[in-house]
Write a protein that binds this ligand. Structure first.
Ligand code: MSP
Length: 623
């Protein structure tokens, strides 16, 4: 197990863009990690912030006729407010225009200057104003910036340089002796690949004649610091004085979380800077992939990353969080689309989770409180065993930032819980006083599952997890120590919790609850509905859901399969008059041909057959 302290950072975001999906993704997964580690009882410091210096801000401010600082204040606030709105639990928010940051940047620059790690030199190169960096001959594509596809400007100027080349061998050895320093492995390999070429010294200044908006070099006021040198130091400056208490507690446990776009500054510049300044290197650099847009075909696709983030308000913060964590494999690129989000929301959240919570709380609330634990049959033992295994799987996944794997482990257990309810049939048990002990043991298991879900889901679905805990009367902070199986007390009052994740009508499945499409009477008339009498009924071998019914339809008898086995015993059906769709194409299910469909209504786990309130002969038309 890793250390019990975590200092977790996101990149500090440029304030020339509005907060969008990409920023939100990094910040959300960082938040999930921070919450997860706090639940483990670890000491966590979670930092995010904004990167406010550079040409782009100065130019935008000039255009808007405001000072760069005024623009920075407004745009930085947009990020801070977005994180509050999304329920992000960062402990601090650093801005590179704060004095606490400037102070540490200047201190590190001075140290490096005095140690001879920085020198003054002349440099000529192809500069891209968009990227605020020089490009080497090798990187240039058709004489243009490979990123912006715009012409580069040849700039020759005197500047300060950091002797980064001197650290090449050290860095290669360091990465080789710390195999999981940069992870996932593909990014470690990318950095090692890059380090096979000779490393250049790093130009760390810009003349003030060209760029005013930055931190002045303490040893030469004519220059300001290069944005990356400035920005990377935020991770240290946010901890206060170097060597101070906060720094000493957290810096040795630093883990950075970044997107793959900024791998090189974090994987190369930053460790060299730290080494030169006599500071320890971070413990892990965790690198995620990129979200791509435009994958959606069915509905209008999302035009840009800001629009994508707006879907948090449409579908809820928990649903958005769940989607981005579940859909992207950490480290790889993923496609964002509204359909995929709605698909996950309906299938995983409304169906798997929402239905379970609704069924379990309804059953428990009907009884009022959690019953005694009762006997533990193999079915209950399996729920507990799989739960414990799931917990271990989640821990292993989270160790590697594998959010998707962690969630899929939880959902595997949830699948088992839903199957447990289906096969134990607590509704049926409740009707038979003789089976009360059995009912109690099932209800206890459901209550305990809910209680554990309310804790385990907390890092991923904080709002829903809070509601689940509330339904069981759990208030105040919880930890994983509370999530040991069997901790639920009998007598705990339970409230019904339904509609945790309402279904969204965006795909075919959602039509069930959606206000449906209007049709004409002629369309309706094409459906041949008839009264039928059940003359025989039997369970289908190997199926939990299906019953095989023989029905009389006027002169004719037919076989019909109905998915009602969890709600009706075969014997209860014989002699009943039901309503069937008589003109459906036959369909073969589990080797039996079904010739028609019995109508039933359903809602949140209950199901009711359509029957007649007065008698009619079999075969009578229904319209
Ligand atoms: N200011 C620098 C970082 C300095 S850190 C010392 C910067 N800022 S940024 O605003 O451009 O943010 C880049 C980061 O935003 C990425 O590393 C990633 O975390 C996130 N994302 C931006 N777009 C993204 C996607 N399309 N997909 C996933 N995340 C991406 O670079």
């Amino acid at each position: 197990m890793s250390e019990s302290v975590l200092y977790l950072t996101t990149p500090i975001y440029y304030i020339n863009a509005r907060p969008h999906l990409g920023h939100a993704y990094t910040t959300i997964i960082a938040d999930a990690m921070a919450r997860y580690r706090r639940l483990r009882g670890d000491r966590v410091w979670f930092l995010t912030g904004t990167d406010e210096h550079g040409d782009k801000i100065a130019q935008a401010a000039a255009k808007a006729g405001v000072s760069p600082q005024a623009l920075a204040d407004t745009n930085s606030a947009a990020f801070r407010e977005t994180w509050v709105r999304l329920g992000i639990t960062n402990d601090d928010f650093i801005r590179t225009t704060e004095p606490r940051h400037t102070r540490v940047v200047q201190q590190i620059l001075q140290t490096l200057w005095e140690a001879g790690e920085i020198y003054f030199g002349k440099y000529g190169g192809h500069y891209c104003y968009g990227c605020e960096r020089f490009y080497t001959e090798k990187e240039i594509v058709d004489g243009k910036c490979p990123d912006h596809d715009t012409p580069l400007t040849w700039i020759e100027e005197e500047n300060y340089f950091f002797r980064m080349s001197a650290y090449q061998d050290w860095l290669v050895k360091y990465i080789e002796s710390h195999p999981d320093l940069i992870r996932p492995e593909r990014y470690r390999n990318e950095i090692l690949g890059f380090l096979r070429e000779p490393l250049q010294d790093l130009n760390i200044s810009r003349p003030r004649t060209r760029l005013e908006w930055g931190i002045p070099l303490p040893f030469d006021e004519r220059f300001v610091t290069y944005v990356w040198f400035d920005a990377l130091i935020n991770y240290v400056s946010a901890l206060g004085e170097i060597g101070g208490e906060h720094y000493t507690t957290f810096w040795p446990h630093a883990q950075h979380l970044i997107g793959k776009d900024i791998l090189k500054p974090h994987g190369v510049y930053w460790p060299c800077m730290l080494k030169a300044a006599g500071l320890p290197v971070y413990t892990h650099l965790n690198v995620h992939g990129y979200w791509r847009l435009g994958g959606g075909k069915m509905s209008k696709s999302i035009g840009n990353v800001v629009e994508a983030l707006a879907l948090t308000d449409t579908y809820g913060h928990d649903a958005f969080r769940y989607f981005v964590m579940r859909e992207a494999v950490f480290g790889l690129d993923a496609d964002f689309s509204e359909e995929a989000l709605v698909g996950r929301l309906n299938a995983d959240l409304a169906n798997d989770l929402g239905n379970f919570v609704s069924r379990a709380t309804t059953l428990l609330a009907a009884r009022g409180e959690v019953p005694p634990r009762g006997e533990v049959t193999p079915a209950e033992a399996e729920v507990a065993t799989v739960y414990r295994k799931m917990r271990a799987d989640v821990d292993a996944a989270m160790e590697e930032f594998a959010f998707s794997r962690a969630l899929s482990a939880i959902w595997d257990w949830l699948g088992l819980l839903n199957r447990y309810v289906d096969s134990e049939q607590p509704w049926t048990l409740a009707k038979d006083p003789a089976r009360r002990p059995r009912l109690e043991s099932v209800l206890y298991t459901l209550g305990e599952s809910l209680r554990c879900l309310g804790i385990v889901l907390d890092p991923f679905l904080p709002l829903a997890a809070g509601k689940i805990r509330e339904a069981l009367g759990v208030s105040g902070a919880v930890t994983f120590a509370d999530a040991e199986w069997g901790g639920l007390r009998s007598g705990t009052p339970v409230r019904k919790l339904s509609g945790l994740f309402p279904r969204v009508a965006k795909d075919a499945k959602a039509a069930e609850t959606a206000p449906s499409e209007r049709i004409g009477i002629a369309d309706f008339a094409r459906i041949d509905l008839r009264v039928a009498e059940v003359v025989a009924a039997e369970a289908m071998p190997k199926s939990k859901k299906l019953l095989k019914l023989t029905i009389a339809l006027g002169d004719e008898t037919r076989t019909v399969l109905a998915g009602i086995a969890e709600h009706y015993a075969p014997a209860d059906l014989v002699g009943r008059k039901v309503v069937v769709v008589a003109n459906l194409h036959p369909a073969k299910l589990m080797g039996v041909e079904s010739n028609g469909m019995v109508l039933a209504g359903s809602s949140e786990g209950s199901l009711a057959l359509l029957t007649l309130d007065r008698d009619l002969p079999p075969g009578a038309r229904v319209k």
